[in-house]
Design a protein around this ligand. Structure first.
Ligand SMILES: [Zn+2]
Ligand SMILES: [Zn+2]
Length: 333
């Protein structure tokens, strides 16, 4: 049983806005947490309740409800609502959670970062790095996911994460981070999308409107990292990961019309009916089988996605990145 909670509060003289995921093993525990938090704020106005509660106090309450609570700081790098975010986060998890930090087993990458980016901070070495998808839009469920080969029970999953055992916590399914909507810096309204070094050269100001640019995840990682790009922590406890693109987007890019169009949706549902669930089609079904459903171009698209042969215009300031598995020239042929 899981929920995401938005905490908006002041700490050390700055306004902080942090999302955290809370996972509990049973309804009795969830009832008790609802009772405790319901005395603090309104839980019924939003699927993701907004509380004026310090993240550390939230963790403390959760631990009082169940000491085996699975508490995960959400999408830790996004600018506006994350523990390490550039706009209203902290410079370290310690600053946010203080002496309670050891009770947190995992952190969530969010769409705009991937495990290698997170590994550039040695301070994150002791956490399992997980990926989840929220439930705002059912179509997008499992666009990111965490894979387990453990006992599929609450204690089984909790201990796999706590021990970061690669036999049981086997890895994550990731968006290409460039596709996330806060990968680069920029201003959406002004049409400015910059790499971190361009932002630094302009002292963080937008060349169009002169206001501060939204600093994206790549820049924020660069700022807090203590390892160079490409550096890997030497550890046997690192699970694997793979990049996926939602199937409707692969089809969209293969046929040249939007992912919600009738044409794409028809192909999408035909593939699911013939070949099985979306994650199987993206990960394990052979391109020949996809081609055998009358979709040779989609088959090639899936092959390219698996090989990382994709072109991405990075996302920025709330604008999703744009991903293509075929170039415009190829599509017009
Ligand atoms: Zn969130
Ligand atoms: Zn601007």
């Amino acid at each position: 049983l899981s929920v995401e909670i938005s905490s908006i509060y002041k700490k050390n003289d700055r306004t902080r806005k942090v999302h955290n995921v809370v996972i509990l093993p049973d309804f009795a525990a969830a009832d008790e947490l609802n009772r405790r938090l319901g005395a603090i704020g309104n839980l019924k106005s939003d699927g993701r309740p907004i509380l004026g509660l310090d993240s550390k106090d939230l963790l403390e309450i959760c631990l009082e409800v169940r000491d085996d609570v699975l508490f995960i700081p959400a999408h830790i790098w996004t600018p506006h609502f994350a523990v390490l975010g550039s706009s209203s986060g902290f410079d370290s998890l310690e600053e946010c959670f203080e002496e309670l930090l050891p009770h947190i087993p995992a952190v969530e990458t969010g769409l705009s970062s991937d495990p290698p980016m997170n590994r550039r901070l040695s301070a994150l070495d002791r956490f399992a790095v997980v990926s989840n998808s929220d439930a705002h839009s059912p179509r997008k469920l499992a666009r990111e996911a965490t894979c387990f080969d453990s006992e599929l029970s609450y204690p089984g999953i909790l201990s796999a994460l706590r021990e970061r055992d690669p036999e049981r916590f086997t890895g994550t399914i990731e968006f290409y981070p460039e596709e996330g909507k806060y990968h680069y810096d920029g201003h959406r309204k002004c049409g400015v999308c910059w790499q971190p070094k361009q932002t630094l050269a302009a002292a963080g100001l937008c060349p169009e409107c002169g206001r501060k640019l939204t600093v994206g995840v790549r820049h924020r990682v660069e700022k807090l990292a203590d390892r160079p790009e490409g550096a890997e922590e030497e550890s046997e406890r690192r699970p694997g990961f793979e990049y996926l693109i939602p199937l409707a987007e692969v089809i969209s890019s293969s046929v040249g019309v939007g992912p919600t169009s009738k044409k794409v949706q028809t192909i999408y549902h035909t593939l699911l009916a013939d070949l099985g669930p979306e994650l199987d089609v993206l990960r394990t079904v052979t391109p020949d089988e996809i081609a055998g459903c009358g979709q040779p171009i989609v088959a090639e698209g899936v092959r390219r996605m698996r090989a990382g042969q994709v072109h991405i215009e990075p996302g920025f300031d709330g604008e999703f990145g744009k991903i293509q598995v075929f170039s415009k020239e190829e599509l017009s042929q």
